[in-house]
Write a protein that binds this ligand. Structure first.
Ligand code: 2AM
Ligand code: CA
Length: 265
């Protein structure tokens, strides 16, 4: 049996320590490399942070499995037992260019079901946390159930890329949504965008391609406040696969799916 209380205490300690080290790194020179393309960045701090978590997890929980962005985890075909899904720095471009608007994101799954989600806004020292069935919090503040909002009054997070020519979505699908909502925002960290939906700062977030570590924690937070988490076709997310992601308060999610996304194939 998993001692979830003890596990929660351990993660919180590790997250606090990792956050301290990341803040201290602002005083040092970053070693920046690119991955799949010139805008896909990774730094020595992304790697060191992931290694810090995987070392601690393997030390205390040798039978747990790990999925991590920077390759310190395991290669998994399926989720059995306890799986940690880790993005050491979500929003690396922001980390490099802005030293803000990035987060540590950790989801803990049991047999493929999300149990614990942590999104730590390192610069603001804000920890978004959820436990399945027990609600969601921002530090000590309990997050409220998401309330219905009219689409004309909603704030939606969306990268401008998706309403220009791109290879993932016909830009004429989301352009009318942009014209209808009250405001559109783009923060450049999927984890924070999901934490903002969970805390009601945003009403929805749509993006065309995320990896499991980008959404592992956020989906647990959003579901704990009654929000909806799917891909852009309205289907459930596979926790081990890259996917488009569409999250929002339930009623707005339904409206956007029916009025705008029905054309997305
Ligand atoms: P990252 O910084 O951890 O890579 C930026 O638009 C958001 O999308 C960030 O959360 C970023 O996570 C993620 N992201 C950027 N490029 C991605 C890609 N090729 N695949 C999956 N997620 C990506
Ligand atoms: Ca990352």
């Amino acid at each position: 049996m998993t001692n979830w209380m003890e596990l929660d205490q351990n993660i919180r300690e590790w997250i606090a320590e990792a956050g301290k080290r990341i803040r201290a790194s602002f005083q040092t020179e970053l070693n920046i490399q690119t991955k799949s393309n010139r805008n896909d960045l990774v730094t020595n701090i992304d790697k060191a942070t992931e290694e810090f978590f995987t070392d601690n997890i393997r030390n205390i929980y040798p039978d747990h499995e790990i999925v991590g962005e920077e390759g310190y985890g395991d290669e998994l075909q399926e989720m059995k037992g306890i799986t940690w899904v880790i993005d050491p720095i979500d929003g690396t471009m922001n980390f490099v260019h802005q030293q803000r608007n990035f987060a540590i994101s950790i989801g803990v799954y049991e047999n493929g079901v999300g149990i614990l989600g942590y999104i730590y806004d390192v610069v603001h020292d804000e920890l978004y946390f959820a436990k399945k069935g027990e609600g969601a919090y921002m530090n000590d503040i309990k997050l409220e159930e998401l309330k219905p909002v009219d689409i004309e009054d909603s704030i939606v997070a969306l990268n401008a890329l998706w309403v220009t020519e791109n290879k993932r979505i016909d830009p004429t699908i989301l352009a009318p949504l942009v014209q209808t909502v009250r405001g559109v925002r783009s923060y450049g960290s999927a984890a924070l965008e999901m934490a903002y939906v969970a805390s009601g700062r945003l009403d929805a977030y749509l993006t065309m391609r995320l990896a499991p570590w980008d959404f592992a924690a956020g989906r647990i937070l959003i579901e704990e406040v009654g929000g909806k988490v799917t891909n852009l076709k309205g289907e459930d997310l596979n926790p081990l696969e890259k996917s488009s992601v569409f999250v929002g308060n339930s009623q707005l999610h339904k409206t956007i799916l029916e009025k705008y996304l029905y054309r997305f194939k």
